[in-house]
Write a protein that binds this ligand. Sequence first.
Ligand code: GSH
Length: 222
Amino acid sequence: MIELYTASTPNGWKASIALEELDLPYTVRPIALSKGEQKEEWYLKLNPNGRIPTIVDHDNGDFAVFESGAILIYLAEKTGKLMPRDEKGRSQVLQWLMFQMGGIGPMMGQANVFYRYAPEKIPYAIDRYQRECRRLFEVLDRQLKDHEYLAGEYSIADIANWSWVHTHEWSGASVDGLSHLQRWLAAIKARPAVARGRVVPERLDLGTNKEQFIKGAQKMLA
Ligand SMILES: N[C@@H](CCC(=O)N[C@@H](CS)C(=O)NCC(=O)O)C(=O)O
């Protein structure tokens, strides 16, 4: 059995969607980010970075894995699914996974901070991160023009990128005119395992809980 420490955020969804896609049995331990649970001593022993997600594989000597990208690779290698085993196919998946880890995630994360949570609105910072998000979306769109998925078959690279990109409105970054990206966003959203993983540990409805969510994020960032 795998234990997943998580919260309703893009990095958390990567792990829960992968667990659902792989049909692996798991239990969920929600982490209250606005209360700072992720910085408590017991949790730092599992995740030295004090962030979610983390998994502990109780079928593998209670082995703990932190960093969402490393979690996706661990689960893919454990099951032999969602990532090809041949050298080139594996490398292509890892390239698009790293693109998310080093680009999409950090840029959308900073766009959220400056556009949604910062008490002081700094136009240069908002514009900088939103424009960089849009540039990265255009890179994805170009790749998806000739490819159904980012790297061969549906893989952990799609799960990682989708988990962030489908929240583009929250970052204030548009996907207008990017028809290939829009097609891919809709196709992945329609997967039953994605729908199940996306509501772990709870459904996040920013339409109705917007103010409450912003307050929680501001508390976490303070
Ligand atoms: N590089 C890390 C980033 C994880 C991350 O930033 N998680 C956020 C939620 S999406 C978090 O735990 N924030 C809590 C905090 O900053 O204290 C990963 O991919 O796992």
